[in-house]
Write a protein that binds this ligand. Structure first.
Ligand code: ATP
Ligand code: MG
Length: 631
């Protein structure tokens, strides 16, 4: 991971005014959007729930949400959906959204991840103000509550081994059975818990469990473990603790302590909701927590075609060097998206367009790419770049002359002005803008044919030079001085071809990294995924059910249902070329984005771009070529 990607955002766009963000979200709330219906696309059932709570005065008009990442990895598009949802709902209701690091596992967490997570949330345009918290901030009170549960007879220390705990827990079809320690006295439990905390026991010797119902049909309610012994140093609390609380116990209490109103999480936590409610209800009854209590709501996680969003798989991609690090522009991480040239506004638009629903589905990668195209089309200045150059010589143009042609920076936004592009006798044009024997319907240059050089003159191709092997090395033409763009005679003659070009004397060489989708199939690793390359997710309907199962791929039997997802990597996902660009592009700031006319959107690389060694990444092509062309 390069240090530079942790740096503060450099361009103005990255640091959005909070007022601007809440205005953006408020506008969305006010305007019904096409596709705003119960089907999920563009709709958001949580928005309606919050509106009802506000109308009923459930929380006195307060709206407090939270985004609770575990600091154990880099954020990806799935997290972005959750961030836009939580921060967006708070913003559009004049509420607050907390950033809370869910740091209950001392073995996996690191402050490097915390910094990158905070930077990613800020990059997306959101601000938590003073509300940056850690689950570890609550360790003292969580422990105090644990003693309270013990004192009430609602928790006990269990000394069974891990195997015994598993065996007595039952299965989805069989109830659990009470273990031999379930009826320990309050005094004994309290003594053991305090000695656990004091470090008297080795890891795994005892656990603290809630005393709920071993026969519950919901496995989460069968006396869940809430504390375990772990002699490990925590990145924030150091060696203070050797017992650590588990997620289900920690999360609901953290929400309640922060007076969260709507606790929004993904569907896999639906079965945990009864436990969430049980814990905070008991504490509220005991006067330990204030009402009204937070409520948990679940939504379907984001599944995106042509990438993987599982932490385990992303780790393999980086660890085995299939990509160039966490911020590789092909990675679905937010650091990768940023380096790719994707925009925060594009990500927010994407999240809004896909909507929020309660049923699992797949979103096509083209929805994300189109959101970027829409944002970049509106904002990116235009430039010319020749990616696969061949020399064009205008034989009737004076050898030592040069004239300034004026090109608009944005065709729909004249206020962005025009720039000077120098025209000289020798130019670079794209190799495929010339064809010696043109196919039918080819309107670019071929012997005897005419085409316009954008912002300059109409030229007629007069011949070519070839090397010994017969390859065309130079194209010759003549220009018509009466056809200069912007002059009275310019449109007297119509030509269909309209080519971009660069003066060979002025063009600057640049490294261009042509990025494409990381995988060549929509559902990487799906068993029947083979042969569906090029099909869209929509037309691959029979695959959907299976692929959804694969998406929740951090569960144990996932591997049996899958082929190796690495077999589906797209070998053409990165191609590095040397190309020619307009001279001014060398002075682009890192992260500055442009449309290279007729090619797509490109960004000056955040890390490697320098004035004396320009490096641009292709963000996205102008049009989606994946839905048409099978590969
Ligand atoms: P882990 O398996 O380590 O818990 P995780 O992907 O759940 O991984 P977290 O850091 O726990 O990562 O996630 C933070 C928040 O982002 C959670 O609320 C989680 O539900 C949400 N989130 C994670 N992945 C997605 C996804 N694909 N779509 C929507 N939300 C997601
Ligand atoms: Mg999680």
């Amino acid at each position: 991971m390069n240090k530079a990607t942790h740096a503060a955002p450099q361009n103005a766009e990255a640091v959005l005014d909070p007022a601007e963000i809440s205005a953006e979200h408020a506008a969305r709330r006010a305007e019904p959007r096409p596709g705003d219906d119960a089907s999920g696309a563009g709709s958001n059932f949580l928005r309606a729930i919050i509106a009802e709570d506000n109308a009923a005065g459930t929380y006195g008009g307060r709206v407090v949400t939270r985004f609770p990442p575990e600091p154990n990895g880099y954020l990806h598009y799935g997290h972005a959906k959750s961030i836009v949802l939580n921060f967006g709902l708070a913003a559009e209701n004049g509420g607050t959204c907390h950033l809370r690091f869910d740091d209950t596992n001392p073995l996996k967490e690191d402050v490097e991840y915390e910094d990158s997570i905070a930077a990613a949330v800020r990059w997306l345009g959101y601000d938590w103000g003073t509300h940056r918290y850690h689950a570890s901030d609550y360790y003292d009170v969580l422990y105090e509550f644990a003693e309270w549960f013990v004192a009430q007879g609602l928790a006990y220390v269990d000394s069974q081994s891990a195997e015994e705990l598993r065996a007595t827990r039952g299965t989805l079809t069989q109830p659990g059975v009470a273990g031999p320690y379930r009826d320990r006295s309050v005094a004994e439990n309290l003594d053991l818990l305090r000695r656990m905390r004091a470090g008297e026991f080795r890891d795994g010797a005892h656990v603290l469990r809630l005393r709920i119902d071993m026969a519950s049909p919901n496995i989460n309610m069968r006396d869940p473990v809430i504390y375990r012994i772990r002699h490990a140093r925590h990145h924030r609390t150091g060696d203070k603790w050797c017992i650590y609380p588990l997620y289900d116990y920690t999360h609901c209490i953290s929400d309640a302590l922060e007076r969260v109103t709507h606790s929004i999480c993904t569907l896999e936590f639906q079965d945990h909701r009864p436990l969430y409610d049980w814990v905070i209800e008991r504490l509220a009854e005991g006067g330990r927590l204030e009402r009204p209590l937070p409520r948990q709501y679940e939504f379907a996680r984001l599944n995106l075609t042509y990438v993987v969003l599982s932490k385990r798989k992303l780790l393999r991609l980086v660890g085995e060097a299939h990509v160039d690090g966490w911020d590789d522009p092909r990675m679905p991480t937010l650091v990768g998206a940023r380096r790719r040239g994707f925009t925060p506004a594009g990500v927010r638009t994407f999240a809004e367009r896909i909507g929020v629903s309660k049923s699992d589905s797949w979103i096509e990668m083209s929805v994300l790419e189109d959101a970027m195209r829409d944002d970049l089309n509106a904002h990116a200045p235009r430039r010319m770049a020749v990616l696969d150059p061949i020399r064009l010589v205008i034989d009737n143009y004076p050898a030592d002359a040069s004239e300034d042609c004026l090109a608009p920076n944005h065709p729909q936004r004249p206020e962005l002005g025009r720039r000077v592009v120098p025209l000289t006798r020798e130019l670079w044009i794209e190799r495929d803008d010339f064809a010696e024997s043109p196919p039918k319907g080819y309107f670019r240059l071929s012997p005897g044919a005419e085409a316009r050089l954008r912002y300059a003159y109409i030229v007629r191709c007069t011949g070519v030079e070839k090397d010994a092997a017969g390859n065309v090395t130079v194209v010759h033409c003549t220009y018509d001085p009466a056809t200069r763009s912007g002059t009275a005679g310019a449109d007297a003659r119509k030509v269909k071809g309209n080519l971009h070009w660069l003066s060979a004397a002025h063009a600057v060489a640049a490294e261009i990294r042509l990025y494409d989708r990381l995988f060549r199939v929509p559902f990487p690793g799906a068993r029947d995924g083979q042969g569906v390359g090029g099909e869209t997710a929509g037309s691959a309907e029979p695959l959907l059910r299976h692929a959804v199962a694969v998406a929740g791929d951090d569960d144990e039997d996932a591997d049996e249902r899958e082929r190796n997802f690495l077999d589906d990597l797209n070998p053409a996902s990165k191609r590095v070329i040397t190309a020619f660009i307009e001279p001014s592009l060398g002075n682009a700031a890192p992260e500055e984005r442009f449309q290279f006319e007729r090619h797509g959107y490109f960004v000056a690389d955040l890390v490697d771009h320098r004035a004396d060694r320009p490096v641009f990444n292709r963000t996205v092509t102008l049009r989606d070529s994946w839905s048409k062309a099978p590969r």
